[in-house]
Design a protein around this ligand. Structure first.
Ligand code: FA5
Ligand code: MG
Length: 431
């Protein structure tokens, strides 16, 4: 078994991967979004969604999208489950009394007052985009992990649910926009814990500079843009949080160079809240911009809102429980979330011999498909390979509702459904 490092958060950060006779298995120590399984065209589909009623159509900014156009049960090139389809068009960022909407407005205020309203705002661009928009236009290499069915929700081989708001950079540049903010819901197959959810919200910022902007500074244009970017984002962090402990981390994105991430100290750990950098020249040139430099950033709105409002679990953003929703009011930034009660967690372990095609994201998708938001965390707690070369994984599943106590019977029922589905869909052998 070889241990080596690859770029692993969907666009950034290296993490450690174990390469075994079974192929690539994720074994990430990074707390952020990360996944490293290589593309496998035969990934099992995880479809049945028990905790949610099947929604037959959604409305995205006035356009009705039918379920059957996005969820294709018998098409192996489609991996969108009903639970994800039902989130399309929810647009939490457009609800002005929701923490995500309140945060968005606060960020708008910062840009309006510091840049004399020069940043145009887009918040209703469809999350259903082409692979060209999501990947090619921002130089994501053909073999990049983020393109795999394991990481991204595909409607068909040319169409995905955007996995980042960077999907809109190039088209907006081509249309002549040079300073803009794009806010939207983004979708990723991912691990399960308190800071990761398969649907979340990002805000993209983009700012183009011309020679007259940097000439007087006497600085190299790339350096000029990088400094301006950091100043802008540090100012934003101060605007939102007052004083907060933060740090810059160098990283890699295919579309920026240099690239950075900003981390904020939250609940005794560093939490990655955004990625950013100086835009690759090719992107500007392909959009008809010569002799310019630009910076770009992508903020994770849930992560920032968790820090700002002291929200301990990312699932809460989707709660319609009045004990959650009634705590937030339009424009109110200083509010700290008061947990209404902490219900007990219930731990269940499951062990199985994995198959070649097994990936942790697929496992998480099965668990979410059965338990929905009753699953709080899925963690690999043990793994080994026996003399015959068979690899065993043991996962601990934490079940906990944010709204009520779960009964033993209910949790046992969920766990036995997980056991049945995992064996059936992931081709593993239960131990
Ligand atoms: C990106 O998505 C880049 N497009 C950001 C970017 C834009 C870089 C422009 C440079 C220029 P990343 O995969 O790191 O990068 O995600 C950005 C942020 O989204 C993270 O910092 C984090 O705050 C948030 N995020 C990522 N995955 C999740 C998730 N599963 N749940 C909640 N938030 C997430
Ligand atoms: Mg990242």
């Amino acid at each position: 078994m070889t241990i080596f490092s690859v770029h692993s958060t969907i666009f950034s950060r290296a993490s450690v991967v174990l390469l075994s006779s079974n192929g690539f298995k994720r074994f990430s120590f990074a707390s952020s979004f990360s996944s490293t399984a290589v593309y496998s065209p035969r990934l099992p589909k995880v479809k049945k969604q028990r905790r949610y009623p099947i929604v037959s159509a959604v409305d995205i900014g006035g356009v009705t999208i039918a379920r059957n156009d996005v969820v294709k049960d018998d098409d192996p090139t489609n991996n969108v489950p009903d639970s994800i389809f039902s989130k399309l068009g929810m647009q939490l960022h457009r609800r002005n009394k929701h923490p995500i909407g309140i945060l968005k407005s606060a960020i708008y205020n910062y840009f309006d007052s510091n840049y004399a309203k020069k940043f145009e705002k887009f918040e209703d661009l469809s999350p259903i985009v082409t692979t060209k928009q999501n990947f090619d236009d921002v130089l994501v290499p053909a073999d990049h992990v983020s393109r795999s069915l394991n990481d991204t929700y595909y409607v068909d081989p040319q169409t995905v649910l955007r996995c980042h708001t960077s999907a809109h950079q190039a088209e907006l540049l081509r249309k002549g926009h040079s300073r803009f903010l794009v806010t939207g819901d983004v979708y990723r197959r991912d691990s399960i814990d308190s800071t990761h959810y398969p649907v979340f919200h990002q805000m993209e910022g983009f700012c183009v500079f011309s020679p007259e902007d940097w000439n007087d500074s006497g600085m190299d244009p790339t350096l000029y843009a990088a400094e301006d970017l950091k100043k802008c984002l540090e100012g934003l962090a101060r605007h939102l949080f007052g004083s907060v402990e933060m740090r810059w981390v160098d990283t890699y994105f295919p579309f920026t160079n240099p690239s950075f991430e900003l981390e904020i100290y939250f609940k005794e750990d560093w939490l990655e809240v955004l990625g950013c950098g100086v835009t690759e020249q090719v992107i500007l040139k392909q959009s008809g911009l010569e002799n310019k430099v630009a910076w770009a950033f992508g903020l994770g709105l849930e992560r920032l809102a968790m820090v700002l409002f002291d929200i301990p679990d990312i699932r809460l953003f989707w709660s319609s429980d009045e004990r959650f929703t009634s705590q937030f009011g339009k424009g109110e930034l200083g509010v700290k979330f008061k947990p209404y009660s902490k219900y007990p967690p219930c731990y269940k372990d499951i062990s199985f011999w994995i198959s070649d095609a097994f990936t942790e994201n697929n496992f998480c998708e099965v668990v979410r498909g059965i338990a929905g938001d009753l699953v709080e965390e899925v963690k690999l707690i043990d793994q080994f390979t026996n003399k015959k070369g068979m690899t065993s994984h043991c996962y601990r599943i934490v079940f906990r509702s944010m709204e009520r106590s779960l009964t033993d019977e209910e949790v046992n029922d969920l766990q036995s459904k997980v056991r049945v589905e995992v064996e059936k869909k992931l081709n593993v052998e239960l131990r």
